[in-house]
Design a protein around this ligand. Sequence first.
Ligand SMILES: [Zn+2]
Length: 306
Amino acid sequence: MSVLNQKTIKKSLEFKGIGLHSGKEVAMTLFPAPPNAGIIFKRSDLKNNNLIFPSVFNVSSASYCTKLTNESGVSVSTVEHLMAALCGLGIDNLLIDLNSEELPIMDGSAKNFVELIEKVGFKISDQPIRIIKIDKKITYKDNEKFIIFEPNKITLEIDFEIKYRQNSILNQRNKKNIYMDDLKDMFYSRTFCLFEDVEKLKKLGLAQGGSLDNAIVLKGNEILNTEKLRNANEFVNHKILDCLGDIYLAGHRMVGKITSSQGGHNVTNQGLRELLSNNENFSIIELKEKNIPHSFLVRNSLKSSA
Ligand SMILES: [Zn+2]
């Protein structure tokens, strides 16, 4: 069986938690899915039109989290951390069943998702992987925020920078080679927010489930959580995690170079819309032994032997 073939999980997996923004309790089950099914969300609390197929074009809101809405108006939100885990682990096909509108936030990172998926293991199909290869450079700018998508021969590289005037601790830049680096730091990095924004978010009806158990809260440069930083670049590593999850909404893993400064869900989504709205900007390739970027071989053989 080729390591380049599409993967799902071996057995179903359950997660329970609360939605970061909704504050609602949610039970989520991941089920193995057949080759070429892709990633599918199912709202089991609703009887009709309850399937949501991730796409960069059905992102209905990208402020503070990524929300997907189908043509019948049914939504799932805060999909980015699980999507990043699936992309980083190379899961092509999966049914995600949940009984609420928002995914569980867990500890604010992708740690729990990754650990349980790795524990249950992977099932490799006989169908080849498809990837999106960036063919043309695309830049999306929103004042000082930007994202650039560029061609890259062998892997997916995300270079991210964050800058904050009041909180110098947040001025970080890091780069991850998604198919070759150890992604543990990125998977384990938690979401963060500024202490002065907590009240504002709650008044907007957001962060209702937010606490020091699922977000790093900063007062100036001081971390209010008992658990201090999990890694020196935790803030920017979380932004790379978010970016990867948002990119996976493109439908397949990607090969390219992505550079972003001070961006976030909205900037990434706007850039992706521009990239994917013209066929000349990208191609979809079926991976066969001879056209494989060698980084895929490294990552996939590591995973299948795990
Ligand atoms: Zn996030």
